[in-house]
Ligand binder design. Structure first.
Ligand SMILES: Nc1ncnc2c1ncn2[C@@H]1O[C@H](COP(=O)(O)OP(=O)(O)OP(=O)(O)O)[C@@H](O)[C@H]1O
Ligand SMILES: [Mg+2]
Length: 401
């Protein structure tokens, strides 16, 4: 690793806008949405995708473009762990305050919140939203009117508002949120008055389905914006661009290996890239370096992104034989157990069956009886990719022993 460089990879953080890779179509889709919002037509979208596929980064990039090119005010609220509408509103308002604290028009936002704001530092850079329960309830019930009044206060600087509701897993389970959303949308539509507002919800497809389950008419309004894993081309671009930033060369075969193990998931790509960067000694990534990085990243991914029980199970020598076999014939996201065991020795078949049982217990593998009696599917792509990495690691360990 050249000492003068710091890693261009950002595992665990939403990607900085200048490092954002790919997603051209979906970015254009969001840009069109925010443009319609600035024209006064309420827009509602749901960015749906698997864990670590880049939902928050996409929302944050869309917000950057909407602010820069369309004069929208973007507010990105992370709502993980939020179970009530009052807490949701509190986090949204806090995000809005934090956002506007850096602007020239912050005073007008402060007057909008009136006495419910506490200045934490001398210069008003850190402000805290301190509204009591009663005020939060008022905002919950009168959200559309509050947004109109806010937009009116900043109408010379901003043409509209982009509100991002991120990490809504917990909220999406509540009928209260689904009903609130539905009545907010109806209220704005029925008012007949234009409101330049784009609501962007961010979560897994299961979250979207859960909202629709609670409030079926949301199926029409929650315009899905599915976020798929990166294509092979996008993944290669990602590695190329970032390694180039660190003045490192990379072979074509190495790019292929890096991209294969990243499995289209930005979250994994960043972990592998970061390890490749720190292990490197000659500013050149060849195939052996790429493989070493991927296998070392398995440990980091196992400790950071999956449950400890899974990490422990896969590192347990009991599953070594099964993983080794898995590496030879890795199953897809959906597979038949019979196919997987085909041509396996009795010992390997027993080992794989026991691994499958364990993965099923941990919720990593689910049965898929609609497909066939012996069909299994991975609950998500992150686990599928992680298992492949652990399998390759197990296969190599055996070889070097
Ligand atoms: N388009 C992109 N270009 C470069 N890096 C990206 C891109 N999208 C995501 N990343 C990176 O991938 C990782 C995961 O991204 P992000 O947090 O946006 O995913 P997510 O889908 O919101 O994850 P979660 O389901 O955990 O909320 C982060 O390290 C982020 O920097
Ligand atoms: Mg996220």
């Amino acid at each position: 690793m050249p000492v003068e460089w710091t890693s261009p990879f950002t595992p665990g953080l939403p990607v900085p806008v200048d490092s954002f890779v790919g997603r051209r179509e979906v970015v254009e889709q969001l840009r069109a949405k925010t443009a319609r919002a600035t024209a006064g037509k309420l827009q509602v979208g749901f960015v749906a995708g698997e864990r670590g596929v880049g939902k928050s980064s996409l929302a944050s990039f869309a917000r950057f473009l909407a602010e820069r090119d369309q004069k929208l005010l973007g507010v990105h609220a992370f709502l993980g762990g939020v179970g009530t509408l009052q807490e949701m509103i509190r986090r949204l308002c806090q995000a809005l305050l934090t956002e506007s604290a850096r602007t020239a028009w912050r005073r007008r936002v402060l007057t909008f919140f009136g006495k419910h704001v506490r200045q934490v530092d001398l210069y008003g850079v850190t402000v805290e939203f301190t509204a009591p329960e009663k005020e939060l309830n008022r905002l919950v019930n009168d959200f559309a009117a509050a947004l109109r009044s806010l937009l009116n206060k900043i109408k010379h600087e901003k043409k509209g508002l982009l509100l991002i509701f991120d990490d809504i897993d917990d909220l999406a389970r509540s009928a209260e949120f689904a009903n609130w959303l539905k009545s907010l949308i109806d209220q704005i539509a029925l008012s007949g008055k234009p409101l330049p507002l784009c609501l962007l919800l961010v979560g897994t497809e299961q979250c979207r389905q859960s909202l629709i389950h609670h409030q079926p008419s949301l199926a029409r309004t929650l315009d899905p914006i599915p976020l798929e894993p990166w294509s092979e081309h996008e993944t290669r671009e990602f590695f190329k661009k970032n390694l180039q930033k660190a003045a490192m060369a990379v072979d074509d075969a190495a790019l292929q290996t890096l991209s294969r193990y990243a499995a289209g998931l930005p979250v994994i790509a960043h972990e592998i890239g970061d390890v490749a960067f720190s292990l490197d000694r000659d500013a050149h990534i060849d195939q052996a370096d790429a493989l070493r990085a991927a296998l070392a990243a398995a440990e980091i991914i196992g400790r950071k992104h999956v449950r400890p029980q899974l990490f422990d199970a896969l590192r347990n020598p009991d599953h070594h034989t099964a993983l080794k076999r898995w590496a030879v014939n890795p199953p897809g996201m959906v597979f038949s157990k019979t196919d997987l065991l085909n041509k396996a020795s009795a010992r390997d078949a027993a080992a794989i069956t026991s691994l499958i049982l364990r993965l099923n217990k941990l919720g990593v593998l689910e049965r898929d009886p609609k497909r066939s009696d012996d069909a299994y599917r991975f609950a998500d792509r992150l686990h599928h990719a992680y298992l492949l990495l652990e399998a390759q690691r197990a296969a190599r360990l055996k070889k070097s022993q």
